[in-house]
Design a protein. Structure first.
Lengths: 120, 120
DNA sequence: AACTTTAATGCAACTTAGTCGCATTAAATG
DNA sequence: CATTTAATGCGACTAAGTTGCATTAAAGTT
């Protein structure tokens, strides 16, 4: 779906900052933090966070916290889990798990542990 | 296992603060934040966090971040997932899921979404 | 039991991801 | 184009968690 439609659909104003963010995350296809992209984006920190919070609210993005209080954002295509390594701090998308919980509305899931490289 | 043994086993010094923390979390049997217990424990904030970090390192506790950067600690009996509601912010232990990932060492898991009460 | 080593504690200062207030600017609607 | 309403930038702020340092208390040793 086109970025502008996406925004109109959610009744959000179409602004350069929002287009920039959505296009960037559509391209990257992986979770990124503010720190990761602050030098490549063209907007204030507050604008970044305000927009990402809104994107999460309306369901365009999923958000999760890594080890140590850093927030990661990902454009929501197909819902899937994320594995966060406590050793090397890498984050992997885990598409093989399909989590269902009766009665609950599952938005996203994170698994913490040691990744393949770090479980020697 | 007795608290003192538990500590000796992990080669941690047996101190009043550590005993207090472990006994408290053994009793409560659920994830708690510093905020939750600061008024009932008898130690400095720094001591609390230093000990909890150590407890996680040695595998006595599992730790996860809720919505919004607050860290929750739980005495590790049987590993299980936690459901965090984005609406009412409640945290539920989900014992029915048993997550295995080949090659990975899974420590803990959090699921975000709407809980039974909040999915009207 | 005293002696020594090493790690734990309290306190205050610090760090830092994220938020907020406010004045300014720019979308949307007609 | 005029009006309304929401988004932006900026700086100040918040608060969870950390760190440095002097002090105290475990644990091991004589
Ligand atoms: Mn992913
Ligand atoms: Mn639990
Ligand atoms: Zn790893
Ligand atoms: Zn709920």
């Amino acid at each position: 779906m086109k970025t502008q439609e996406l925004l109109r659909d959610k009744k959000l104003k179409v602004t350069p900052a929002r287009i920039e963010l959505i296009e960037l995350f559509k391209r990257e296809k992986k979770p990124l933090s503010y720190e990761d992209i602050k030098d490549t984006i063209n907007m204030d920190r507050a604008t970044f966070y305000r927009n990402m919070n809104k994107f999460e609210e309306v369901g365009l993005f999923s958000v999760f916290e890594s080890n140590s209080k850093i927030r990661f954002f990902e454009f929501k295509l197909t819902p899937h889990a994320h594995f966060i390594c406590i050793e090397c701090h890498s984050i992997e998308c885990i598409k093989s798990l399909d989590i269902k919980l009766d009665g609950y509305e599952v938005h996203n899931m994170t698994i913490k542990g040691r990744c393949k490289n770090c479980t020697l």
